[in-house]
Design a protein around this ligand. Sequence first.
Ligand code: HSE
Length: 427
Amino acid sequence: MRTLKVALLGCGTVGSDVVRYMTRHAADLTARIGAPVELAGIAVRQAGLPRPGAPEHLVTTDADALVRRGDIDVVIEVIGGVDRARDLIMTAFEHGASVVSANKALIAAEGAALHAAAAAHGADLYYEAAVAGAVPLLRPLRESLAGDRVNRVLGIVNGTTNFILDRMHSSGADYPQALKEATALGYAEADPTADVEGHDAAAKAAILAGFAFGTRVRVEEVHREGITAITSADIDNAKAAGSVIKLVAVCERGAGGSSVNARVHPAMIPSGHPLAAVRGAFNAVLVEADAAGQLMFHGPGAGGAPTAGAVLGDLVAVCRNRLAGVTGPGDAVHNRLAVSPMADVVTRYHLGLDTTDQPDALAEVAAVLGRHGVSIATLSRRHGDGGFSLTVSTHHATDASLSAAVRALRTADHVRCVTSVIRIEGT
Ligand code: HSE
């Protein structure tokens, strides 16, 4: 029986758990693949660091030489970043290997070129771990739902921001305090920009949209807003409205189904909605399909062991293909649907307004909204600070109309301040 050789690029949090579970589950992996897998090399950036479980003789700082060996069946890339990872993967394809990656930024930015290279070299490129860690999403979208038509994907795909927003809701912490806690617990990186500004979630949304609709959505086409502007007042408003605030990724078909859009932004979600119950650093994704209806996927979206589990699932699939002399389904993109700009997306807003106490203040707010084609779904008003505190939820309208209405409200005679603007999802 031939032994399949695996090269591991990166031995940090995820890489060391890949080694650990490859060793611990070796017998099962052999049985499931139909041949043993052997770790042939581990490329690291810095030699000499303690790496429990990683055999010292396999560790090298020369990743290029490792992917050029020519006898490697599968390269596992868990180094992150775009340029270096892309170059190594391209070289791996050229030297006959298939690739398993957990790198969402790379796949979102370079997925088309990488898939083309994989196809040209008769290799596989799998990356289940890139979106929502351990939560199986890409394979269900590509395989289990291949006979269905996905219309919408709504999810929480970033654990760090979900942890921060959850802490703000549950403990009353403000954003800086909650971020500090997330950093202390190791959820947020020293530079938390990719998480809190929504870049990480946007990359995942771009990949999800490709799998859901078969249409390439570039990461630059994903409308992106982070959570840094969410205040304790926003959280209180959400509580008063019977909702929670989550950073959501939404991928959906436009009216008529000939276009798609993908976006990442904070949204108020009613407390009874399944996504509202997603606590801490967990991820969850709701998929809506024609025949299947609503499917909910939930679980740990980050961390060494959960991500390693998803990587090893791909390793088994790629090794099976290799032994059978075939490749898997390849690039998920087969459609060319238009990607709508955010201005055309139909959504709902929750608005907090501070108005004067004049009798015509309410009428002016309603008139400004009406002039922009925005109708009011709910409205509540209470006295405060010499004026009124007004909370409005709108009916559906295009984001262009809603944002134009908000701009007009900011300069309306009786509006002293627009205190909060948050989209509403899950209603
Ligand atoms: N920083 C990411 C998160 C890790 O918090 O979800 C997984 O992409």
